[in-house]
Design a protein around this ligand. Structure first.
Ligand SMILES: Cc1cc2nc3c(=O)[nH]c(=O)nc-3n(C[C@H](O)[C@H](O)[C@H](O)COP(=O)(O)O)c2cc1C
Length: 320
């Protein structure tokens, strides 16, 4: 029988903190790992020097496993891959790009490799590339999304089905911020969950306080997916998001939209705290998050909530 996800990753709870540009530095990743989950350093907003520094910092903060998320289409991806190999990072979650070339390189370097997918077809391609597991991310998730508009609830069973004869882990992501949501994902066959937005609104997240405040103030319908035809990304409502929507409605080219959404906007919104003119990436679950908490409390709450719901469901009358 294959090892469980927790055994394979050397962690206590099947909770992964998703890599997040401008939010997931060493401090957050180490706090989640210390609490028994798996913290991922988000390399997407880091150059190679900063990434090396953050990997070493995380190792000083915790002796538990910490991984790195490497978005493959980002500017510094190639240099960051070298740092990951050089620093012998043994858990890597790749995303945003094809895993075909990087997976064998990372595996040769001794890493356990996961790739983020938005369709069952991509999950099968990941299997051919040799990954150890996939993260099935529904389009309710924060940040950049695939073009398919599959929600986690619908994507997950289809990814499970596509991989049914293969020995791969499936982690669910998108729309998970409570123990009940975690239980729903596990009920659909997930080996674990990857949580983003809930961890962006924690004490240890490196996001600007104004961005975290915007996350806490968000309501149930505060996020929207923009640039669906180009590079879809889920953002909190603000002036910048409205400008993007107007430009799209006025027929702006993909190039113009990509330029409007340039890397500088992510930094401006989430790291520098210009909540009007910057990009504020967030998942639909932002509407359920009302309190800034330490990451360890979030992990504990997820686990306790999960256990409570599982026990409640097992004792429901309809099952007797
Ligand atoms: C602020 C923010 C930044 C993100 N940046 C990245 C990233 O750099 N790389 C990546 O693979 N996913 C990124 N994501 C997605 C998360 O890793 C995670 O899969 C997703 O947030 C899960 O959905 P949730 O937001 O509903 O929890 C980001 C999400 C957020 C909220």
């Amino acid at each position: 029988m294959k090892a469980s996800l927790t055994e394979a990753l050397g962690i206590e709870h099947p909770i992964i903190q998703g890599g997040m540009v401008w939010s997931a530095g060493a401090k957050l990743a180490a706090a989640v790992s210390e609490a028994g989950g798996l913290g991922l350093i988000g390399a997407g907003s880091m150059d190679s020097e900063l990434l090396r520094d953050q990997i070493r910092k995380a190792r000083r903060l915790t002796s538990k496993p910490v991984g790195v998320n490497l978005p493959l289409l980002y500017r510094h991806a190639e240099d960051n891959l070298k740092v990951i190999l050089d620093e012998k990072v043994n858990i890597v979650f790749t995303s945003a790009g094809s895993p075909k070339k990087t997976t064998p390189v990372l595996k040769k370097g001794g890493a356990t490799v996961f790739h983020v997918v938005a369709t069952p077809t991509l999950a099968l391609k990941c299997a051919s590339a040799g990954v150890d597991g996939v993260v099935a991310e529904g389009f309710e998730a924060g940040g950049h999304n695939g073009h398919a508009e599959l929600t986690t609830m619908v994507l997950l069973p289809q990814v499970k089905h596509a991989l049914k004869n293969l020995d791969l882990f499936v982690v669910a992501a998108g729309g998970i911020a409570s123990g009940a949501q975690m239980a729903a994902a596990m009920a659909l066959g997930a080996d674990g969950v990857q949580v983003g937005t809930r961890f962006a609104a924690t004490v240890e997240s490196s996001g600007h306080p104004a961005y975290k405040k915007a996350l806490l103030e968000a309501g149930p319908t505060s996020t929207h997916l923009v640039i669906k035809k180009g590079i879809p990304v889920r953002l909190l409502e603000n002036d910048f998001r409205r400008r993007i929507e107007e430009a799209e409605a006025n027929g702006a080219t993909r190039e113009l939209l990509v330029e409007m959404l340039g890397a500088g906007r992510e930094r401006l919104g989430m790291f520098e705290g210009d909540v009007h003119n910057g990009e504020l990436e967030a998942g639909q679950v932002a509407g359920m998050i009302n309190e800034l908490r330490p990451a360890a409390e979030v992990v504990e709450e997820l686990i306790k909530g999960f256990a409570k719901v599982v026990s409640e469901i097992s004792s429901t009358k309809t099952l007797k």
